[in-house]
Design a protein around this ligand. Structure first.
Ligand SMILES: Cc1cc2nc3c(=O)[nH]c(=O)nc-3n(C[C@H](O)[C@H](O)[C@H](O)COP(=O)(O)O)c2cc1C
Length: 229
């Protein structure tokens, strides 16, 4: 009887966690601020082997806007939903998914210059803050020109609170490891789109957070400027 009771409690806890994870970050943003992205394309003429062979860090870009389709594809590669209603393109310790992807758009067709937040479940963007912040972000990255000149910058942030209830002192390691997976996806997707990108790890955490208006226990993990080659 006692064994049955314990089994039932564990089952309820697991189910609770599953449902909590399913509902996490599902909000597409307030209706007036939500921007639905074009659906991701799942076929390409570039093989995974070619993408691996060609992947390079590229720091200068054409002075041309990116399209919404290209942005959609890069964001999907970073954290898009690919299975079971909640599993994503990149792995996550315990399927907790503590990362949030932000977009600083400067020159993107169909997107006013602004900071946006990506919602994987609805594959949409939430408009957060108007303005072109590429120059500010570049300053926060010690003046790196790739950040200033790219039409758009993808920013990875990890929520330590979300991770630490389950993984305690391992949380920071896990979050950093996860950003590596997601960033590599963006690199490979970029090759297939003929877009250049680079992971920028040298930045002032506090300065980037200020630009994004982040106040919680979120850690900036990477910036990835992206633009046509
Ligand atoms: C953790 C990490 C941090 C990095 N930070 C920067 C950076 O701040 N700026 C930059 O231009 N490149 C940065 N890079 C990219 C490396 O310079 C690049 O990967 C390296 O020169 C090898 O070139 P490849 O990526 O073309 O193979 C970083 C790479 C890693 C893995």
């Amino acid at each position: 009887m006692k064994k049955l009771l314990i089994t039932m409690i564990v089952a309820v806890l697991i189910a609770g966690e599953f449902f909590a994870a399913c509902h996490a970050d599902r909000r597409p943003g307030p209706d007036s601020n939500a921007i639905k992205l074009p659906p991701p394309v799942l076929k390409s003429s570039v093989s995974i082997e070619e993408a691996l062979q060609k992947r390079r860090s590229i720091r200068s870009y054409k002075n041309e806007p990116l399209t919404l389709k290209e942005i959609s594809q890069l964001l999907w590669a970073a954290q898009g939903i690919t299975g079971g209603g909640r599993l994503r393109t990149a792995p996550s310790a315990g399927a907790v998914y503590p990362m949030t992807i932000y977009l600083a758009a400067g020159k993107v067709e169909g997107l006013p210059p602004a900071i946006y937040k990506y919602y994987p479940h609805s594959h949409s963007l939430e408009f957060l803050k108007p303005g072109d912040f590429r120059e500010n972000l570049s300053e926060a990255c010690y003046g790196q020109s790739s950040v200033k000149n790219a039409p758009a910058i993808i920013i990875f942030a990890g929520n330590l609170d979300k991770m630490s209830s389950k993984y305690g002192t391992k949380s920071l390691n896990f979050i950093c490891q996860e950003s590596g997976h997601a960033a590599q996806n963006v690199y490979l997707q970029a090759v297939s789109l003929n877009i250049g990108t680079v992971v920028v790890g040298a930045f002032e955490d506090g300065e980037v957070k200020k630009i994004l208006n982040l106040t919680g226990n979120e850690k900036i993990l990477y910036l990835m400027p992206a633009g046509k080659i």
